[in-house]
Design a protein around this ligand. Sequence first.
Ligand code: S3P
Length: 182
Amino acid sequence: MNTISTPEFDKSIVLIGLMGAGKSSIGRRLADALFLEFCDTDDEIVKAAGCSISDIFELYGEVEFRELEERVIERLLHEKKYVVATGGGAYMRENTRSRIDDNAITVWLRADLDILVERTGRRGGRPLLEQGNPREILKELMDERYPVYAHADITIDTGPDGHEVTVRQIITSLIEFLKVSQ
Ligand code: S3P
């Protein structure tokens, strides 16, 4: 993919947002465009635990999952410069949030309810959405989480446009953000 230009920065870029916002697929493309490695915290948790996210929730509970998530994110942030896609709940935990805020540039991928419902409907393995009506659960999570996600350094609306469009918007915003924060 052609990039507009490659911004220079010394921190990882951490993508936050609800399930279905496109953090992993956009994150992969963003990493390619910036010549960085991509990392998905859910994948790292699955590797570390040796079982699926659903199994972790079922066998050990959400609190244990959040602790594992915090440790994985802490490790990644100190390992090297990555584009990191986090699970939707990671930024809600105070400790995890401050680790991210202190060590990364945060990008919130904001999406509306219809998009989230449609995208999360394409694959399962998300235990929180199996506890009732996914649309209602996502709506509640939007109400609870969007005010917290709004602390991100950069907010990008992801709509029906392709991921490449979103990646370009992120890069443009990163360039602007770096100009302002230098
Ligand atoms: C969660 C989101 C999931 C995963 C877990 C919990 C959440 O990741 O971490 O099921 O609390 O929103 P995605 O946002 O990548 O689906």
